[in-house]
Ligand binder design. Structure first.
Ligand code: TXA
Ligand code: MG
Length: 323
């Protein structure tokens, strides 16, 4: 793997090159957001449509302020409670934000990642980092350096090794309607309930199946393995025909003993059904199963509450329903 140091990353980023960076959510494919060639390179290397905007990453609010206008009051409450952390905000962009970052939208997505190495990097750099997840467009997000390496190899300048991501799912994305209603555009490990409790107001969660696709990344095919992948709720829902094919089975907890012989491998997201732990393993297991010698992947949905909602959002985008 082309692992690089923080200082090498600074040199590469100053030159307009691409570097994979660790964050607490997933690894990002970072470039100088103010360098048009560097940003174009992100779209090219990822195979990402140019109408899908990028998140700007900052060390703190002071760094971000020049890029923003009309910040909602709610933002400050969420910033103080959760940042740095796995939360992104859609805020009106100032004229300093390049159009190719927002894909022409009036708002820019901003985030203050928590990972200490990336914080050090952001503190040093004189420009924000544009950083989508470091995966090919539509494929499973990376939560360790190897996941980045296997997709990009030497087509990027290097990967900063920050270990495994501690949250494991992309940041929650929050924004506001013109009437100041809170809208959650992407669920994550900071839950809808946590946001509503902090702000003492209700919010709207745009679901995976929502007809109103307001962010291009809300498109339902996303985060998907190359193999056929199917989700289900109860083990009993798995049709008999699937018990004899060479599938990998990903379960929420360890309630599988009867089935053990029928699958290529059985993986448990958390033996105790802990959703925080499940979030840290979902993408690692999807990568593992996509590389195994099975022909398909079966994955159980989580209880639809708290972080389970974010897990189910990603599971539904990774596959099709079995039932
Ligand atoms: O946790 C994360 O947010 C990671 C790490 C690397 O920071 N980044 C990430 O970026 O997930 P990406 O590009 O894979 O997903 C960003 C999502 C996309 O669905 C994109 O459409 C949406 O955010 N987005 C970005 N800017 C936007 C904007 N100005 N308006 C609406 N949606 C936006
Ligand atoms: Mg992504």
């Amino acid at each position: 793997m082309n692992l690089i140091t923080l200082n090498q990353a600074i040199t590469y980023l100053n030159q307009g090159d691409l570097v994979a960076i660790p964050t607490e959510t997933v690894y990002g494919l970072a470039a100088n957001a103010l360098n048009p060639k560097a940003v174009d390179q992100i779209f090219k290397v990822k195979g990402r449509p140019s109408n899908n905007p990028l998140i700007l990453h900052f060390y703190d609010l002071q760094q971000a302020l020049p890029y923003l206008t009309s910040i909602p009051d709610d933002f400050h409450q969420l910033y103080h409670k959760y940042c740095p952390g796995p939360l992104s905000f859609l805020i009106s962009a100032s004229s300093l934000v390049p159009n190719r970052i927002t894909a022409g939208n009036e708002r820019v997505a901003i985030r203050f990642p928590q990972h200490p190495i990336t914080r050090e990097l952001l503190k040093e750099l004189p420009f924000p980092l544009a950083a989508p997840s470091a995966n090919k467009s539509g494929y499973i997000s990376p939560i360790e350096p190897y996941h980045v390496w296997k997709q990009f190899g030497t087509s990027i300048s290097g990967i900063i090794d920050g270990g495994k991501c501690t949250a494991g799912l992309e940041s929650t994305i929050v924004g506001w309607s013109p009437q100041n209603e809170v809208i959650i555009y992407r669920s994550g490990t900071i839950t809808q309930l946590a946001i509503e409790t902090t702000l003492a107001k209700k919010s709207t969660l745009l679901s995976t199946q929502s007809k109103k696709i307001l962010a291009p990344g809300m498109l339902s095919k996303h985060y998907a393995p190359k193999k056929p992948c199917y989700f289900f709720e109860e083990i009993e829902d798995i049709p008999k025909s699937f018990l004899t094919v060479n599938s990998d089975l990903i379960l929420q907890n360890n309630n599988s003993s009867k089935l053990a012989l029928n699958f290529n491998q059985i993986l448990h997201l958390s033996t105790s059904g802990d959703l925080v732990e499940a979030a840290t393993k979902l993408y690692a297991y999807l990568h593992l199963c996509d590389e195994s010698n099975s022909t398909s992947i079966l994955i159980q949905k989580a209880p639809n509450q708290g972080i389970g909602m974010a897990l189910n959002d990603r599971i539904q985008r990774a596959g099709k329903s079995l039932t």
